[in-house]
Ligand binder design. Structure first.
Ligand SMILES: Cc1cc2nc3c(=O)[nH]c(=O)nc-3n(C[C@H](O)[C@H](O)[C@H](O)COP(=O)(O)OP(=O)(O)OC[C@H]3O[C@@H](n4cnc5c(N)ncnc54)[C@H](O)[C@@H]3O)c2cc1C
Length: 416
């Protein structure tokens, strides 16, 4: 006979641990009801691998100002509905209660004061222990079956049966951490759909080998990236730090843009990405400044506005002799320079894939769950939370906040 419990949590990452803790203890302690038996199963050999690598090992737990505008995927209303059920203040209070103080950095990101992701994981594991959650690993689930009296999770390790099941298997990002997309198949088998588009998000972008920015590996500067449709309409803009690498582009600006770029080129291959290196300027204003400038040549002009390495590369890209005086520039040369600085075409070839992606774009649509409990609308007794859902956030702690909020709602929902 398979072991019989109250709630199975499949996937003990950020969302799964949070859901398991709250399925066992509810929204507030102490709760007079008997503690439900909750078992969290995870296929990985170590628990919390993604939490430990997050934020460069410091774990960017949340952001001081979280709202639905920082997310994409399912409808903004639905995302807001879940976020408001467990706010940033709730996250701060939860971690404070478990001995982890969070500090806010200038960017608005919140990190543990220890600057060590291990303290975040340890707090979650201690909270799970206190709530009597049984975390079992490595216990990879190979399939889930629905029965009249609940669900069975199966694996090489055996079988487990429960009245309720919370699916928190994540998406496809960083597959070596254990999130390999198996959860999408479980969701489909239980009656859910998965968006047609499931792609890497928060992922570095690849430039052609000959692109001028590939010669500037290591250069970081604040840049505006502009995504335009085939007809030139601005679809998305981000201004943030951009990092040039040996393969292309990384840094928050490129990572934030990556999922929008992918979406746009899938809609129309002629959509394009452009970079503006002088914040707030346009081609016309740079042209006017070139005419009025007293700088000796184009490199001297640009050097006052961008790092010298970039200035030289852009001048070369515009096919202008670095020594040519500004006064000798033709109208076309001025336009070529202004365009290189304010609207450099990025001709992205692709992204670096799930191995380098922080999150997944796409998943199970929020329209298929009840937002007050995260219970499936198509399979009662099943709850979903975290990255398996069609929600992906910007860089800055928004993705963990989604995991905490949706995990909390699912856990409390499954506790009933
Ligand atoms: C390198 C990196 C850095 C990041 N940094 C940050 C950051 O600083 N701040 C931030 O907000 N976000 C960050 N993120 C994103 C964040 O980690 C995710 O949004 C979050 O972890 C998603 O939580 P989840 O629980 O839904 O999924 P996951 O964390 O992916 O957890 C899913 C779990 O399910 C398990 N699992 C999967 N399939 C099975 C199966 N068949 N059987 C049993 N178990 C299974 C996996 O082993 C895994 O433990 C980062 C991501 C990466 C990759």
């Amino acid at each position: 006979m398979p072991e019989e419990i109250d709630v199975i949590v499949v996937g003990a990452g950020a969302a799964g641990l949070f859901a398991a803790i709250h399925a066992a203890r509810g929204a507030t302690e102490p709760d007079a009801r008997p503690t439900p038996r909750v078992i969290a199963l995870d296929g990985a050999k170590v628990i919390g691998a993604k939490i430990l690598v997050a934020g460069g090992g410091r774990c960017n737990v949340t952001h001081h100002a979280v709202d639905e505008k920082a997310y994409a995927g399912s409808s903004s209303n639905a995302i807001r509905n879940v976020l408001r059920r467990y706010s940033v203040q709730d996250t701060i209070a939860f971690f404070a209660d478990h001995g982890v103080e969070l500090k806010r950095e200038d960017t608005g990101k919140l990190f543990p004061t220890t600057d060590d992701a291990r303290t975040v994981l340890n707090a979650l594991l201690a909270a799970a222990r206190a709530a009597q959650v049984d975390i079992r690993f490595p216990r990879r689930v190979t399939h889930i079956t629905r029965e009249n009296s609940g669900f069975s999770a199966h694996g090489e390790w055996g079988e487990l049966h429960a009245k309720k099941l919370i699916l928190t298997t994540g998406g496809l990002s960083l597959p070596k951490s254990g999130s390999d997309g198996a959860g999408y198949e479980f969701a489909r088998a239980l009656g859910h759909s998965v968006t047609e588009r499931v792609h890497p998000a928060l992922v570095p972008l690849i430039l052609p080998g000959t692109h001028v920015l590939r010669t500037l590996s290591g250069l970081t500067l604040d840049t505006t990236l502009i995504l335009r449709s085939a007809t030139g309409k601005v679809l998305k803009e981000f201004t943030n730090s951009l990092l040039c690498t040996h393969f292309g582009l990384s840094g928050p600006c490129a990572l934030d843009m990556s999922r929008y770029w992918r979406d746009a080129v899938l809609d129309n291959a002629r959509a394009g990405l452009f970079a503006n290196f002088i914040l707030g300027e346009r081609e016309e204003t740079i042209d006017a400044q070139l005419l009025a400038s007293r700088a000796t040549n184009s490199v001297a002009f640009l050097r006052e506005r961008v790092p010298e390495r970039l200035a030289r590369a852009l001048v070369e890209h515009a096919r202008i002799e670095p020594t040519t005086s500004l006064r000798q520039l033709t109208r076309d040369q001025r336009k070529a320079l202004a365009s290189a600085v304010c609207a450099l075409p990025l001709s992205i070839e692709g992204d670096r894939g799930f191995t380098y992606a922080e999150v997944t774009m796409g998943g199970v649509p929020l329209s298929e769950v009840r937002l007050d409990t995260m219970e499936s609308r198509v399979c009662p007794g099943l709850y979903l939370a975290g990255e398996i859902l069609d929600v992906d956030g910007r860089i800055g702690g928004f993705n963990f906040q989604w995991a905490w909020s949706s995990g909390f709602v699912a856990g409390c929902g499954a506790r009933g």
